[in-house]
Write a protein of this length. Sequence first.
Length: 137
Amino acid sequence: MQYWLIKSEPNVWSIDQQKKAGSRGITWDGVRNYQAANNLKKMKKGDLCFFYHSNIGKEIVGIVTVIKTAFIDPTDNDQKFFAIKVKFKEQLKKAISLENIKKNKALNHLSLIKQSRLSVMPIDFKSWKIIYKMGKV
């Protein structure tokens, strides 16, 4: 299993909307960055993703599970980019702000800090555990 972080602007798609989508999940589409698209292609069924509210909030708010691996993004007319399908797994008890993530020296290597505009990124297991624990407090 691998661990990831995916971003969505909460006014476009929020963790509450993800939760309401239920077990059928939703297609995670619209990614138009090649590095992020390559990360989507690496995802496997069952991988876990932190759900990050970008721009508004800038915080990790929950977890989703990959239920369908990469396929051509139906919103891409040129058929160059990929989408996946994810379903809601868990809402964190406490949202974890980008500010608090930056304060934790053990997390300063994350793409979330180094490549802040990247919308899909891997998270190593050690960092996953640290962040998850921060959200369960």
